[in-house]
Design a protein around this ligand. Sequence first.
Ligand code: AMP
Length: 633
Amino acid sequence: MTTYSSFHDRSLTDRENFWRDEARLIDWEAPFASVLDYSRPPFAKWFVGGRTNLCHNAVDRHLAGRADQPALIYISTETDQQAQYTYAELHDEVNCVAAMLTAHGVGRGDRVLIYMPMIVEAVFAMLACARIGAIHSVVFGGFAAASLATRIDDAKPAMMITADAGMRSGKVIAYKPLVDEALRIARHPPRKVILVNRGLDASLVMNAGRDVDYAALRREHAGARVPCEWLESSEPSYILFTSGTTGQPKGVQRDTGGYAVALASSMRRIFCLQPGETMFCTSDIGWVVGHSYIVYGPLINGSPTILYEGLPIRPDAGIWWKIVETHQVRTMFSSPTATRVLKKQDVSFMRRHDLSSLRYLFLAGEPLDEPTARWAADALGVAIVDNYWQTETGWPILAAQLGVEDTPRKFGSPSFPVYGYDVKLVDGATGRDVAVGEKGVLTIAPPLPPGCMTTVWGNDERFVSTYFSTIPGRQLYSTFDWATRDADGYYFVLGRTDDVINVAGHRIGTREIEEAVQAHPGIAEVAVVGIHDEVKGQVPIAFAVAKDPTRVANAAQADSMRREVLQTVDRELGAIARPSTVHFVTLLPKTRSGKLLRRSIQALAEARDPGDLTTIEDPGALDQIRAALGASG
Ligand code: AMP
């Protein structure tokens, strides 16, 4: 019998044979000549010379045998729409979008920026890009015009696909004005914009010559067939931007063959899903979890996948359980934040549904606290699988691998390193391995396994300097997370080592929020820190210095300035990054060399000891922080 530990050991000690076996899970148009080319560390090329296509593996491959079985199940509790596509119907729709793209001259290696709500056309668009070898870059629909423009300029897309509007909690959120604004300020706007008109925004204005209507194109290209473009395994499949410590987001670049193999393998060994069994992942296509486990993973596996637009508690807190019952969901994937939201609801919403099909609830994106994990395990009676990973890796780094061995879970721990990952906990200052129970930086000894980022889009140097150059004396990939390991080998993730915060599972750089706050002309400087929040894990709060102190001299003035600042953040970055409050001070705590003491501010805001303050320039600044917190608390 294979044990987890023998499986993991083999993945590292007999790396090439291990991955050669896993690579059989997908179709190759031409076989690879070698499993791994690691001649230029830390850049790894997997399945060199092999030719494949993500769309072929996710769609076409299943036409023989599954053509009439469900592939994509759409449910929107915002618009009260439902739709179901078999593999054959999905194939039709994807071909049609592929034809729209090629008709506009989009081809292999071109970028297509997808800025869409949770609608089926978003999935068709992603798969159509993969089909023709175009590189998609999906930007989360919650990002505002300025952030969208930054991402456009980095990706330099040939085409953009968007929609008139999204909907949240019954409220229409117009996308088009924001897209127009982003294209106005972008230096490299695409030539064409395909727009899906959901009929949600009556004031929609099309830009003649640039904007084209999806429905009209769909009619024009109905029934079209576009062959899959066979890509060399290392050719990029997509770019996905993620936040870091600088204000400039990084484009995580993913390959084709390695990603397909990693996902196919993870569906069996981690997510325990057989072809034909249904997956319900509640993430958004704008995040990595949505890419891997709403779109590509389940479809590559031949499993129906559910695309859900809406909240977990609307029309009532039973909606997700109703979906599980109706569609016989076997594997569900959600976030700790959503679980904490549901935990506050009456458990009868869950009990009134037959959940006997459900076997697993996977949770990722942020630390899963023990009470939440315990509640979910008790309420659902299924395995709760905490899994830890990042946009960069594309699939889990730490997780119980129940398809390999049914190892017991410990609440609060995402269990063990996933096969293929050579995880090392190291001392950030010296680079030495830390002892059992000791806190260290969670790193991965390269080569990174298949599926992980291959570089930063357009910037190899940044890939090396950001991820592989922070641990003294060793070329290790840093996750920028702290962790410990207990005597039984279980890992516990403790939080970020950098100035990145995690709000409801979404990674946001505090620097990005600070830049957005400073876009308000009345703000001289600002410090943003993340503080603990019962539901969202963390929320950002800001301490700002007004250029003209008389503008925030009394409570009413401060209130009005605060509103303006929050609106600025909404406009610059998006509401997901909006600080829960803005405190006005006249001085920020800094070291004598001018570095913001964010950790001390954060400690004070969480009522902890601010730590070593010997380097502080003016201790009075901390008193101001205390006073501001005291006044509001
Ligand atoms: P993102 O790339 O936006 O998905 O964010 C990745 C970050 O989220 C990681 O570096 C961790 O800080 C955090 N994270 C993701 N999953 C977990 C987990 N299961 N437990 C603890 N932290 C997590």
